[in-house]
Design a protein around this ligand. Structure first.
Ligand SMILES: NC(=O)c1ccc[n+]([C@@H]2O[C@H](COP(=O)([O-])OP(=O)(O)OC[C@H]3O[C@@H](n4cnc5c(N)ncnc54)[C@H](OP(=O)(O)O)[C@@H]3O)[C@@H](O)[C@H]2O)c1
Length: 262
């Protein structure tokens, strides 16, 4: 059965940023497909809530309060996963993000923080998890949550876009490093209705974004979860180093920011 190739039966997945939004959507999709889930984010109540929903699918769940910016917390996330489940098969580097801001107002510290949040944290956690995947499960898969802003250029996105472009490129690099044991892919996410997007949405901006999106709507977390499930599953066992666009057909960003000298 071809659908069997989309199952994650008895695999163990770590999902960062699993308390809400895209990370929660991916955690629940993986649970529905048969995986046990380690939910990592900073807000205990939110990751506990996701863990409860995972258990409702009959799977095991562990909520580990984690700030991905703290290396020691990444180390204890991996240690607690192995203590609880004895193996790790899948990693989703989803925690990330950064608001758009004009280039000339973007401070050095902000530029570096955007890079650290979106790229370095994913690098550090991947470096910790991949040897454990091979040791405990024999193989594995990593899915990085990148952005269409890391592919298309636009004023106002110098910090976020540059960081996500680096995350996408790192995905391709690491896929080469870790083949054939561990596959590494990314999703170039478009505008998805989450709390993070909500912070920049007004009715007017929402209408403009929809108008500029070929598929004429904003995305839902399930749109991303479906792709993340494919990339993690045996259905994608011949896919590595790819950046899959799930963005309603965008070939240019759908959020317009002013140029520096307009
Ligand atoms: N939504 C979009 O339109 C969109 C578009 C392109 C790409 N993306 C990407 O998709 C990913 C998720 O975005 P989202 O829209 O789902 O955001 P969201 O709804 O704000 O959720 C973000 C999740 O990440 C967690 N998080 C934030 N800072 C963290 C930290 N330092 N350590 C650990 N966890 C942290 C949050 O929980 P705590 O605050 O409790 O830690 C929350 O669970 C990001 O990488 C973002 O760049 C989103």
């Amino acid at each position: 059965m071809i659908l069997d190739r989309f199952r994650l039966t008895d695999q163990v997945a770590i999902v960062t940023g699993a308390g809400r939004g895209i990370g929660q959507g991916i955690a629940l999709a993986y649970a529905e497909a048969g995986a046990d889930i380690v939910c990592a984010a900073r807000t205990p109540a939110q990751i506990e809530e996701t863990a409860e929903q995972v258990r409702a699918f009959g799977r095991r769940a562990l909520a580990v309060p984690t700030d991905v910016l703290e290396r020691s917390q990444l180390e204890s996330l991996v240690a607690r996963t192995l203590d609880e489940f004895g193996r790790v098969d899948l990693l989703v580097n989803n925690a990330g993000g950064w608001p758009p801001k004009p280039a000339l107002r973007t401070r050095e510290k902000e530029f570096e923080e955007a890079f650290r949040f979106n790229v370095t944290t994913a690098f550090l956690l991947t470096r910790l998890v991949v040897p454990k995947m091979v040791e405990t499960a024999g193989a594995g898969a990593v899915v990085n949550i990148s952005s269409v802003a890391g592919r298309e250029i636009s004023p106002g996105f110098v910090a976020y876009g540059t960081a996500k472009a680096a995350l996408s490129f790192m995905t391709r690099e690491l896929a080469q490093d870790f083949a054939p044991k561990v596959r590494v892919n990314a999703i170039a996410v478009g505008s998805i209705e989450t709390e993070a997007l909500g912070t920049v949405l007004t009715d007017e901006i929402r209408e403009e974004m929809i108008r500029l999106t070929p598929m004429a709507r904003l995305g839902q977390v399930e749109d991303i979860a479906a792709c993340a499930l494919y990339l993690a599953s045996p259905a994608a066992s011949y896919v590595t180093g790819e950046i899959y666009g799930v963005n309603g057909g965008l070939v240019a960003l759908n959020m317009k920011m002013p140029r520096a000298f307009e």
